[in-house]
Design a protein around this ligand. Structure first.
Ligand code: VGL
Ligand code: ZN
Length: 201
């Protein structure tokens, strides 16, 4: 990335919500420690996007919606394999709220995702069927954005999927790994790193 004050650059802050911070329902170790660095990085970008994991109660990605299943089990959904999660980021709850110290007033756009009861959505761009768009790709295209920098939670799920989709859309993608934290289920962090590097991120 050459010049971060270029108007073609956007910062995408993925899911910096209470649910993914210590004390949250799907806490990522040290998830809260990246908040000051993200706030500082906002100074360098003319366009700031936040994403918010925003599930209805009883969402199909929750283990509690699958009798006999436990969190972190895998199931086959019509759109492919899906990890089952603890109930998290339910719409309107404290768990779904942004971390209190995140500078949310600086955001131009907030993309809520995962609100379709039948499909999970890790990526800021497409739901987990990899086909249903959130609209962010169109928004960025219309604003003339050609390069995005990603930070937030979690490195190996929502950041990873968002980075891969951004690359697929032809954007120049940077992940500031120092401003992400991982869940790391069964080597998922290493797999995510390999996938992102392989995609030119
Ligand atoms: C996420 C699992 C389920 C994330 C969201 O933000 O990485 N992970 N929902
Ligand atoms: Zn979720």
């Amino acid at each position: 990335m050459s010049d971060t004050t270029d108007t073609k650059q956007a910062l995408i802050v993925i899911d910096v919500q209470n649910g993914f911070c210590p004390g949250g329902n799907l806490a990522v170790p040290d998830g809260d420690t990246i908040v000051p660095g993200i706030n500082a990085l906002m100074d360098d970008f003319p366009l700031i996007v936040l994403t918010q994991d925003w599930h209805p109660a009883g969402h199909s990605s929750f283990a509690s919606s699958h009798p006999g299943r436990a969190p972190y089990d895998m199931v086959d959904m019509p759109y492919g394999p899906q990890v089952l999660w603890p109930d998290h980021c339910v719409q309107g709850t404290e768990d779904a709220a942004f971390h209190a110290d995140l500078a949310i007033d600086r955001a131009h756009v907030v993309i809520r995702k995962g609100w379709n009861p039948a499909i999970d959505s890790y990526s800021a761009f497409f739901e987990n069927d990899r086909a249903t768009p959130t609209g962010l790709g169109g928004y960025l295209a219309e604003r003339g954005v050609t390069a995005v920098t990603l930070v937030g939670l979690a490195t190996d799920f929502c950041v990873n999927y968002s980075a891969l989709d951004a690359a697929k859309l032809g954007l120049d993608v940077t992940v500031r790994e120092d401003l992400t934290r991982a869940i790391d289920l069964d080597g998922s962090l290493n797999a995510a790193r390999d996938a992102m590097r392989g995609a030119g991120v």
